[in-house]
Design a protein around this ligand. Sequence first.
Ligand code: NAG
Ligand code: NAG
Ligand code: NAG
Length: 424
Amino acid sequence: MLAILALAGVAVPGPRTAHLGATTTLAPPRSRIAAAVRRNGSSLPAGGAVWPTAIYWAMLQVGTPPRSFPAAIDSGSGDLDIAALGCDGCVTAPPNNQYDHAASSTSKPAFPFVFRNTYETCDLKHPTKPCSIGGKLYTDVVSMGGLGPVPVKLGAIESQDTNFDQFAQIDGVVGFTSGGSEDVFSQLVAAKACDNIWSICMHRGSKSNGTLTLGGVDSRLSDGPMVYVPDVGRGFRAVQVASFTLVKNTSSAAVAAGTAVLPVTLPVQRSAILDTGTNVLLLPPELLSRLGEAMCADASLAHCRTLWGDPLSSSSCVALSEDEVDAYPSLRMQLDGTALEMSGRDYLLRGSPLASHGGEYCLGIRSGGELFIIGDTTMRNYLLAFDLGGRRVGWAPVNRKRGGCGSVDEGEGHDRLAERCTAH
Ligand SMILES: *[C@@H]1O[C@H](CO)[C@@H](O)[C@H](O)[C@H]1NC(C)=O
Ligand SMILES: *[C@@H]1O[C@H](CO)[C@@H](O)[C@H](O)[C@H]1NC(C)=O
Ligand SMILES: *[C@@H]1O[C@H](CO)[C@@H](O)[C@H](O)[C@H]1NC(C)=O
């Protein structure tokens, strides 16, 4: 989700004298094992899906004694917010948890004491309609992926809008963009617990629906070389998109009947925000209509104009056979150094709340207001690395094989390294 307003709770990076002491006493062991883990990053399982959660999430530990909380992994916002005990509108079903500041010996109220955050892409039926959370601010210690604990200024949610669909199952968010005392990852980097790079893959493996790595790129999760492109974002992480190309699926049974001359290329020349907290592809209206026109110029594509019709109407969702879906072209987004690919199955989606029944496909390419946002339906094909230190973004084909993305345990890297080190 994209944070669109921060009415209060703006990061104020000031001197952290008291908390630096806490960082030192609670720092991770500076052993060879920890150093080795840090170089490849620390991987942890992520849950989530494009539907119904519309976001991926991982566990982190807050407070003293530490308690575990799930939090949505969000490259489009910058804070840690978790449900508070007694929250109005939060979900309490497992794996959710409720933060009780009085039960944590390291919890302290933090200036300006209250917060209210508003997001876009939180309401699945209306991606550009805002929704908000509010509550109190505390400083407490946080660990993630075996790294930390580090002091973080966190929001304890006391009230939550009813249209916050992305919080309907996992009531918490960990943002990676603000770079201040509210950003868990940036605090881990500041405490030298890990390098300034994190990576994520979204694929349902034998153990989880994805894997998050803090402090590096875990090569087990990719199936090919990683290509880096410049991060052109200011505030957000973003990539420059030169063009879109629609490419025919030459192995599809329906292709012989195709009437369009593909490939067809549309100039784009815009930057696209990379938001792990947006599930689909969001385009500015002008680009959305050009892409729809280009795709539906192929009159053989089943129900193309219906799918591209009114995006907020359930009448835009249709039943399609497997062959009809496969006949849809792939969308190739040309970046500065590599191209991102989405097949018809990546943008024709089942399970949308807009569908009138589960078997229907809806178009997963929607209007983003004036925003161009690349979300999870594109990212799922890649191991995506946010090299914040190097101001670049890496893309490698995701490893869908056994032992790859979604098949890695938290601490697996630690254990294997520990075995290797103690064997000497
Ligand atoms: C990093 O991962 C690679 C590939 O899995 C492995 O060969 C290498 O030993 C790892 N490096 C460290 C320092 O653990
Ligand atoms: C994993 O994905 C499936 C389907 O995509 C979903 O039903 C399930 O709830 C997800 N699991 C978790 C732990 O999020
Ligand atoms: C192309 O069509 C084939 C056969 O219908 C299908 O198996 C494959 O997944 C499709 N590929 C893409 C990229 O859509």
